[in-house]
Ligand binder design. Structure first.
Ligand code: HEM
Length: 215
């Protein structure tokens, strides 16, 4: 039985969400005081995560527990790559922006690859954490980033763009409904909630790593 998977995911991760908002570089990002180089590092780390997630989702696009989520149109990797190119001149301390911290992202990528190999339906938990987050709080982060880094139009923030507000809301609702509609046994539903909690915890580690000293 799969009763209200979307709500179970929300309830199961709400404490983690609060922790993620307070972790590492996030408060500075929200205040608009994170240096552009820090924003670039954050988005560069997220690119690693999205590339692994989207490779797994693409590989298993026809899986009966992933296909109904219709995740293809939500893919972020291409937009993020374009943004990083836009942001590189702002972020560069010398003449090039270089990925400095990626331990947490590397662990995240390994986890996503393991799931793609061994438990593809559990990738849905990661789609929930990233895409619903982007469709919700991510919209406010776009405005923060535009103000903080003087970005106009789409430049550097295509990652956050899922269309006009009505379409963003509709996409979020559609994803929640599709999660609710998945036919899962209880063990898989529990595995999805546990995986979403792990994903939030790994974001906390990633945000903290980015706030730490350069190594
Ligand atoms: C940094 C600051 C953040 C802010 C200001 C923020 C803000 C928000 C807001 C306003 C919502 C909508 C809540 C609702 O509809 O009741 C939301 C939902 C969500 N956020 Fe965040 N968020 C942040 C960070 C994150 C991060 C880092 C992640 C994931 C790693 C994330 C994942 C989610 C998810 C999955 C939801 C959907 C919850 C649900 O409806 O099930 N958020 N966020």
């Amino acid at each position: 039985m799969n009763l209200g998977l979307a709500q179970r995911l929300r309830d199961g991760t709400s404490a983690w969400h609060a922790a993620a908002e307070r972790a590492g570089v996030m408060p500075a990002l929200l205040r608009g005081t994170l240096p552009a180089a820090g924003f670039w590092q954050l988005q560069r780390n997220l690119l690693l995560v999205y590339q692994a997630l989207e490779a797994g989702l693409e590989q298993h696009a026809a899986h009966p527990q992933l296909a109904p989520l219709q995740l293809g149109p939500l893919a972020r990797s291409a937009a993020l790559q374009t943004d990083l190119a836009d942001l590189a001149p702002l972020a560069a301390t010398a003449d090039t922006a270089v990925l400095l911290h990626a331990d947490a992202a590397t662990v995240y990528v390994q986890r996503l690859q393991t799931l793609a190999d061994q438990q593809p339906p559990v990738l849905a938990a990661h789609a929930y954490v990233r895409y619903l987050g982007d469709l919700a709080g991510g919209q406010a982060l776009r405005r923060v980033a535009q103000r903080a880094y003087g970005l106009q139009g789409d430049t550097g923030t295509r990652f956050f763009d899922f269309g006009p507000p009505a379409q963003v809301a509709q996409r979020g609702q559609a994803l929640r409904r599709a999660l609710d509609g998945l036919v899962l046994d209880e063990a898989t539903a529990q595995a999805l909630v546990a995986e979403a909690q792990w994903a939030f915890a790994q974001h906390v580690r990633l945000f903290e790593e980015l706030a730490g000293p350069v190594h």
